[in-house]
Design a protein around this ligand. Structure first.
Ligand code: IMP
Length: 419
C-alpha cells in the first residue's frame, strides 16, 4: 500500500514515548513537519549519526529536512524558538519555518504564574513550569498576545497594557527585536498546508505530550493544558479532518509518567530502578526522574480508540531486555469487580488495582538488535515477538514499527514508513 500524504503522530501514554525519533523517521522525504499543540514543555530528542538534537518547540521531524511549521494551537516561547532555529540552521542553513500569526506567545508572566499556581494548589500537578497553562488560559480569556500582535507595535502595546493590568505584573521580554527576527516566517498556516496537500505534498503532524495528558480526555487535573489527541492536529493547524491520512500511535514498551497523577501500573523498588536507569528515564525538559511502570492495556485501548490509531510504533523494546519476566496489565479490578475500560476520572483511577498477565522476558545484545533492525521482524527475540503480538491482539492494532535503540537506524519496520 502506498504511504498516505499526511500522517499524525501521537503519544498513547503520558508523553515521552519517543515521538521525536518516530517523527524524524517519518519525516524523511516529507515536505512539512507540523507542531499543532503545546509549547516548550515538550522535549523531542533525535540521535542521528552520533549527534543528539533536542527540540522543545520546533518539530523534531524538521531535523530530517521537512519544513518546520508551528500551528495556531501552539504557545511559543520566542527565545526558545530562536535558539532552536539557530541549532537547526547549523545542519540546514536554508531552513525557513512557517509560523502561524495566531499562535500565542508565552511570556515571563506566564512562567511566574505557573510556579505560583503550583505552589497554591493542594494537588500540585508537577508542571514543567514553562508557563504553558497560564499562556493557554490567557488565550481562552482572550487576553493573550499572539504572534500577529507583536508584528504590529500599536496592537502589541494595547494588548500588553490590558495583560499587565489584569495580572498586576510587567512583561519583561524584548518583544520588538524578537518580532523582527521572526517576521519573515509568519504565514497563514491553513492556507500553506492546504496548498501543499492539494499539490501532493507530504505532511507529518507531530503531536506533543501524550493522550493521557489531554486536557479533556486525560487524567484531569493531572494533565497538560492542550488537546493532545489526533483530532487536535486539525484544530491546531487549521486543516480539515479529510486531510488526515494515517494516525501513528507511539507507545513505549513499558509506561512512564512525569509529574503527579494516578498511574495504576507504577513500579517501585529494583525493577523501577533498573528500567529507569536502562531507559534513561529522566525528563528531557526538566531532568526530573520519570515514574516507571508496566504496560497498561486498558489505558492503551482507550488511547487507540480516541486517536483512531492506524498502526503502532513501539519504542524502547530493548530496555526490557534481560528481565526474567515482563508484566502487562490486561484489566483493572475495583471494589471486587472487574473493569475492562480505563476510568479517566483521577479519583477512580487512583483506586483501581491492575491485574497482570506475565510474559517470558528476552535477552538480546546490541549486536542482536542491530541484526534485527537490518533483517527484520523475524530476527527479533522470539519472546519479544510474543509480547508484541499480545499487544496487537489486546489493542486490535498492528505494530508497524519497533524501535530498539535511541539512534535512528535501529528500528524494525513492518509497514511502509516512507513519506
Ligand atoms: P505542563 O504541560 O507544563 O503544564 O505540565 C502538566 C503535566 O504534563 C505535568 O505532569 C508534566 O510533567 C506533563 N508534561 C508536560 N509536557 C510533557 C512532555 O513532553 N512529556 C511528559 N510529560 C509532560
Amino acid at each position: 500500500m502506498k504511504s498516505p500524504k499526511t500522517r499524525v503522530i501521537v503519544g498513547l501514554q503520558w508523553g515521552d514515548e519517543g515521538k521525536g525519533k518516530i517523527s524524524y523517521l517519518l519525516c524523511r522525504g516529507a515536505d512539512a513537519a507540523v507542531r499543532f499543540q503545546g509549547g516548550g514543555n515538550a522535549g523531542h530528542t533525535v540521535l542521528v549519526e552520533g549527534r543528539r538534537l533536542k527540540f522543545n518547540i520546533l518539530p523534531a521531524g524538521s531535523a530530517a529536512g521537512a519544513r518546520p511549521v508551528i500551528g495556531s494551537g501552539c504557545v511559543i516561547d520566542l527565545s526558545r524558538l530562536l535558539h532552536e532555529l539557530k541549532l537547526l540552521r547549523s545542519t540546514n542553513p536554508s531552513v525557513k519555518p512557517v509560523i502561524s500569526p495566531s499562535s500565542h506567545i508565552v511570556l515571563n508572566i506566564h512562567r511566574e504564574l505557573d510556579a505560583e499556581v503550583e505552589a497554591a494548589r493542594e494537588d500540585s500537578i508537577g508542571t514543567t513550569r514553562m508557563g504553558i497553562g497560564p499562556a493557554y488560559s490567557d488565550k481562552c480569556l482572550r487576553l493573550g498576545l499572539r504572534v500577529s500582535d507583536i508584528l504590529d507595535p500599536k496592537a502589541a502595546a494595547a494588548r500588553l497594557k490590558t495583560l499587565e493590568r489584569f495580572h498586576r505584573r510587567s512583561v519583561s521580554e524584548p518583544l520588538s527585536s524578537r518580532a523582527e527576527e521572526i517576521a519573515e516566517y509568519v504565514e497563514d498556516v491553513p492556507a500553506y498546508l492546504s496548498r501543499l496537500v492539494r499539490h501532493g505534498g507530504r505532511v507529518v503532524f507531530e503531536g506533543a505530550q501524550g493522550t493521557l495528558l489531554d486536557i479533556d480526555y486525560g487524567t484531569y487535573p493531572y494533565v497538560t493544558s492542550s488537546n493532545t489527541i489526533a483530532g487536535a492536529a486539525c484544530t491546531g493547524s487549521g486543516v480539515p479532518p479529510s486531510f488526515v491520512g494515517e494516525v501513528v500511535g507511539v507507545m513505549k514498551a513499558y509506561t512512564t509518567r512525569v509529574g503527579a497523577g494516578p498511574f495504576p501500573t507504577e513500579l517501585g523498588g529494583s525493577d523501577a530502578e533498573r528500567i529507569r536507569s536502562a531507559g534513561a528515564e529522566y525528563g528531557t525538559t526538566t531532568g526530573r526522574p520519570r515514574r516507571v511502570g508496566w504496560l497498561d492495556i486498558p489505558a492503551l485501548r482507550y488511547a487507540c480508540m480516541l486517536n483512531g490509531v492506524s498502526w503502532l510504533a513501539v519504542t524502547k523494546l530493548d530496555i526490557l531486555s534481560g528481565m526474567e519476566e515482563v508484566r502487562v496489565c490486561t484489566r483493572y479490578e475495583m471494589d471486587g469487580s472487574e473493569l475492562k475500560q480505563m476510568p479517566t476520572e483521577s479519583r477512580i483511577l487512583e483506586r483501581v488495582r491492575p491485574v497482570y498477565e506475565v510474559f517470558r522476558g528476552w535477552k538480546a545484545s546490541e549486536e542482536d538488535w542491530r541484526r534485527a533492525a537490518k533483517i527484520g521482524w523475524d530476527e527479533l527475540p522470539p519472546t519479544s515477538r510474543e509480547y508484541l503480538e499480545a499487544i496487537e491482539e489486546m489493542t486490535g492494532v498492528l505494530v508497524g514499527l519497533v524501535s530498539v535503540g535511541e539512534s535512528v537506524g535501529y528500528e524494525v519496520c513492518r509497514t511502509d514508513t516512507s513519506a
